[in-house]
Design a protein around this ligand. Structure first.
Ligand SMILES: C[S@@+](CC[C@H](N)C(=O)[O-])C[C@H]1O[C@@H](n2cnc3c(N)ncnc32)[C@H](O)[C@@H]1O
Length: 255
């Protein structure tokens, strides 16, 4: 079991202390005043910053919510470049998408931007990633309005998608999206690096895909990478991949 606690930045205001205590209570861990945190042998700790931004810290490392990759990908789309997730989604604009592996939510934000009358419902299995992102989605304000608007169309839940997909009724969502951690990580992916120590590493099997298809009205989109085994085990109707990219999106259409 990892040892962790919640604290604030130095010289906190009362609001920070109240929020830090609330988060400690939600995580069933201790709130420790910042000056004392060095006296505890913790694996990591949460910090409620002055602007109520929530950060996980450990030596040489920080995990916090930021939609940076969504921004880069949207700028690329605006420049006329293809984004194969958005191509796979081929949105009308009113779809409800279930994102089973939310992570830091970059792809959810990108999808939500193309769903002005729809929404993205996210599931994240790691309590620490979920907590950072839940407070991030709530408090984050960007200089780009499209991000702020996209964030309003996202709902996030904590849970294990393998269990949750068994319980949703048939045809509950238009699209089900799943992007598990790669078997062969792309370490150059700096956006993913802070997440690695906290993430769940479940893979997708045929029975999961059966359930994904059952709860989807239109299609299931799966993400993997060249060299990983997902698409050896799971047959898809369409593969979308950039010429020089290792990232693969596979689409399974519902009849
Ligand atoms: C590759 S990341 C997803 C990145 C995401 N698409 C993004 O744009 O930020 C995979 C995420 O799925 C989560 N995950 C893995 N297995 C899961 C499970 N069984 N249930 C819920 N979440 C899971 C991991 O903890 C991790 O945060």
């Amino acid at each position: 079991m990892k040892k962790f606690a919640v604290t604030t930045s130095y010289k906190p205001n009362q609001q920070q202390i109240t929020l830090a205590k609330k988060i400690a209570n939600e995580l069933s861990c201790d709130y420790i005043p910042r000056k004392k945190i060095k006296d505890f042998n913790l694996d990591f700790f949460y910090v409620v910053e002055k602007d109520e931004r929530l950060v996980i810290r450990k030596k040489g490392f920080e995990l916090f919510f930021h939609p940076s990759i969504a921004k880069v990908r949207f700028l690329n789309i605006k420049k006329g470049l293809k984004d194969y997730l958005i191509e796979s989604l081929n949105p009308s604009g009113n779809e409800i998408v279930l994102d089973l592996t939310f992570g830091l939510g970059s792809e959810a934000i990108l999808m939500a931007n193309f769903l002005p009358d729809g929404k993205v419902i996210g599931i994240e299995g790691s309590i620490h990633i979920y907590t950072i992102v839940k407070y991030g989605l709530k408090n984050y304000k960007d200089s780009s309005n499209w991000i702020n608007n996209a964030l309003k169309r996202i709902e996030l839940y904590h849970g294990n998608f393998k269990e949750m997909i068994k319980n949703y009724p048939e045809n509950s969502f238009d699209v089900v999206y799943c992007d598990p951690m790669f078997e062969n990580p792309v370490f150059e992916s700096s956006a993913m690096n802070p997440l690695r120590g906290f993430a769940l590493y479940d893979s997708v099997n045929e029975s999961d895909v059966e359930n994904m298809l059952r709860i989807a009205r239109k299609k299931v989109i799966l993400k993997s990478r060249v060299g990983d085994s997902m698409f050896d085990k799971i047959k898809v109707d369409k593969i979308l991949k950039g010429k020089n990219s290792v990232i693969i999106y596979g689409v399974i259409y519902k009849n």
